[in-house]
Design a protein around this ligand. Structure first.
Ligand SMILES: [Zn+2]
Length: 308
């Protein structure tokens, strides 16, 4: 997944363009509820699986829960938020405590829909159209770091626009000190944005996934000997790309791939088998896997590294 805060931050964009029509708090709540699913599965089975709640149908049901009873919870949170503000802050950051029903629905549906769309790009175990279809045609159409960049850009854009809207709406009577505060807030937002963007691009070169996945030659014996799901220092990780190249050249049948690599320890489905590679991505909640896809008759389709 783009980790939950990325989903939630991206929601600022919706809020910035329709402040009265979208409840961002309900948007955030729905995203948190949907991501309880892989967290619960991880705690129960060790596999952070994306199942029913990571489908449009499941997410729509979560959206309904987000509207009721979620809306009551969200209003209670807004009342708590207002109580934390002093009068000067309240002019800026104070908010209405009633969430209109249409705004709650808009927040809930945008939150759940955007969650499924974004997650569809990264999770090979997702079935967005469950229970009607098992495939996920968006998988890997956008690389994972690209998804994070899109979420970050949406958050920055939305956050700046919200700050600007708050500035414009200030009553003329409190122009003096408030305007100074306003300018400062805009400045801080700009500096923070520039800083975050700079940090984002500065630290990226220190996570050269390609090198770490292409460090040693593919050795099927070592691969098979890695029995349990090993998240840190998994010996398969540095031979991941050579393994993909080997498989792409060999194009083994399902049976031949199983003989070469051993039983899959991540997922074993008729359409694909999946092996744990440990943690490789730089913003990731789940371990990465090597997935091999097959036709129904067992013919090789593709092998790829999937960041989760
Ligand atoms: Zn998710």
């Amino acid at each position: 997944m783009p980790v939950t805060p990325f989903h939630i931050a991206a929601g600022l964009l919706f809020k910035a363009y329709a402040p009265a029509r979208v409840s961002w708090v309900v948007f955030a709540l729905v995203n948190v509820l949907i991501d309880l699913e892989p967290i619960l599965w991880f705690l129960l089975s060790g596999d952070p699986a994306h199942r029913q709640l990571h489908s449009y149908l499941g997410a729509a049901i979560v959206a309904a829960v987000g509207v009721w009873p979620g809306r009551m919870l969200a209003e209670a949170w807004l009342r708590w938020w207002n109580r934390q503000l002093n009068p000067a802050q309240a002019r800026w950051l104070g908010t209405g405590v009633r969430i209109a029903l249409p705004a709650a629905w808009a927040g809930a549906l945008l939150g759940s829909g955007s969650h499924i769309v974004l997650d569809s790009f990264m999770h090979s175990d997702m079935q967005p159209f469950w229970p009607w279809a098992a495939d996920n045609s968006l998988l890997q159409k956008i690389p994972v770091d690209g998804l994070h960049a899109i979420c970050l850009a949406a958050a920055v854009w939305g956050g700046l626009r919200l700050a600007l809207l708050a500035w414009i709406k200030l009553p003329a009577t409190v122009a003096g000190s408030t305007l100074r505060d306003a300018t400062r807030l805009v400045e801080i937002s700009l500096v923070a944005t520039a800083g975050m963007t700079a940090v984002f691009f500065l630290i990226m070169p220190f996570f050269p996934e390609n090198d770490r996945r292409d460090a040693v030659e593919f050795d099927p014996a070592v691969w098979r000997a890695t029995e349990a799901a090993q998240f840190r220092g998994n010996p398969r990780a540095p031979m991941a790309r050579p393994a993909v190249r080997h498989l792409e050249a060999l194009r083994p049948t399902r049976a031949a791939a199983l003989a070469l690599l051993g039983p899959p320890d991540a997922r074993d489905r008729p359409a694909y088998i999946s092996y744990h590679l440990g943690f490789l991505g730089w913003i990731a909640m789940d371990a990465d896997t090597l997935d091999i896809e097959f036709q129904p008759d067992g013919t090789f389709v593709a092998a790829r590294i999937v960041q989760h």
